[in-house]
Design a protein around this ligand. Structure first.
Ligand SMILES: [Fe+2]
Ligand SMILES: [Fe+2]
Length: 155
């Protein structure tokens, strides 16, 4: 892994910890806390995914190509994560502990696999290549903040 030389810090560990904290809260039926933790996690992840979908992935494709469609695969994994997140959001909304673990496990697994996959793809191009284009990436990030979201989240 070339992180943290990659200027765009991938805070994947933070998401792992957030899901674990949500699981602990739900385990003792602290649904208010589980909901707050889940919502904060989702808000954060939405921005993270958006930066990837709208800036980092297109930038990667422009600069390095994507002969093996790895960026397409990563993008597909985002779609899958959103579906799994939606399932868990419903379970949390209904305080349905019987189905909580059933929904959490595949989400957790998919999130970890996606993080590993992404880190492998981006470590290959290394931080310094992204760093040389830092100003351009930052400009696009700023433009993205005020722009229209491409990916729809229906929860
Ligand atoms: Fe990521
Ligand atoms: Fe991602």
């Amino acid at each position: 892994m070339t992180e943290p030389s990659n200027w765009l810090v991938h805070d994947h560990r933070k998401y792992q910890a957030a899901l674990e904290a949500c699981e602990i809260a739900a385990g003792v039926r602290e649904w208010k806390e589980a909901t707050q933790r889940f919502n904060a996690f989702v808000d954060d992840l939405k921005l993270h995914m958006r930066m990837e979908d709208e800036v980092l992935y297109p930038f990667y494709k422009e600069q390095f190509g994507d002969a093996d469609d790895e960026i397409g695969d990563l993008s597909y994994e985002h779609d899958k994560l959103i579906r799994l997140l939606r399932d868990l959001s419903i379970v949390i909304k209904h305080k349905d502990y019987d189905h909580f673990e059933e929904c959490l496990k595949p989400l957790y697994q998919a999130l970890m696999e996606h993080a590993d996959h992404e880190e492998v793809v981006f470590s290959r191009v290394s931080g310094h290549e992204l760093l040389t284009h830092r100003d351009e990436i930052l400009r696009r990030l700023e433009a993205m903040q005020s722009g229209k979201k491409r990916r729809a989240w229906d929860f």
